[in-house]
Design a protein around this ligand. Sequence first.
Ligand code: PLP
Length: 387
Amino acid sequence: MIYLDNNATTRVHPEVAKAMSPFLDDEYGNPSTGYDLGRRSNKAVADARNQVAEFLNSGAEEIVFTSCGTESDNTAIFSAITAMPEKRHIVTTSIEHSAVIAFAKAVLPGLDVTELSVNEEGIINLEDLKAAIRPDTALVTIMWANNETGVCQPVREASSITKESGTLFHTDAVNAAGKIPIDVSSSDIDFLSISGHKFHAPKGIGALYVRNGAPYKPLLIGGGQEDGKRAGTEAVAQIVALGKASELAAERLNDQGQEKLSGLRDALEQSLMDNIKGTVLNGSSRFRLPNTSHLSFDNVDAGDLLILANDKGLCIASGSACSTGTREPSRIMKAMGHTDERALSSIRLSVSSMNTEQEIEESSQIIISCVEKIRSLRSDGPVIFSS
Ligand code: PLP
């Protein structure tokens, strides 16, 4: 099997599995207890907090462990709205993950939500952001990198515009973390979400960066864990895993990790462009994650391509993992102004540092042969992409 769906989830790194395994075995103490078994768990959680803080260049006390990226996103929005009840407006974008947009719209009744549109490259306009912020805006939440296209937003600029107006800024960095460097200290970001399973930790662990001094209200209330910011007995093994995955990701990024990812991605993209007529890239080629390629193939149904590729042992995605199974065109592609045909012909290829050059060559051959087969079976003429 070849796995090229690393924006959906990633394989747990062997060193991460090794680091967490004692905490699934002998080291089962509750970190809030006073005897040695519990104290060791407590120390493991503190060490992991330092590792995550180093990865994001924050203070350790600014890291709150959560159960996933969704919880981190929900908490940031809930916190801003609850800490400032007089402010009932948030600004976001039309391409956010549903963990942001669905929560803001459905779970928080009476909230006024402004969605910034994106251009054909998938990028917001900062002038639109300036115009959208109002005196009653509690939060601006703009994702760092889109999970489908990999396109990155100008988050640093957006956070400083937001700060000038005295509003809080959150970014969903769930699909950016581990692929590009993140440095919260050099930005005006107040809240930042990450999720372990996107960078080689297991599922079920995330973190929210909360800038020192940012108004904060917890979503989960109970025992005073996480300094009162997130109740619930700490998932020690998963937290240790997130710490180790953060340490490894930081090392990879320091050691030409981005170049390795973009080398694999670009080789695959180029080969498909050269060998499949009517291949187009969706989203900015410049402002995107080094691991992601989002392509449309003229006259090819991406659903058929997925099935054929799967039969040959290749895992790829059309749309985001969360919307796979529906035959609706991706709302991200629609937000970028593309036609239904182009959206329904699009696939996402997302590599990780665990992929090899040989896998990339094999994947290319598989996709080329699947596209040829699909086209040979179609009786209608080519669909010409108009946007
Ligand atoms: N935000 C983005 C950009 C994502 O890609 C995802 C997962 O696909 C999430 C949030 C939700 O993260 P989790 O699966 O950890 O809840």
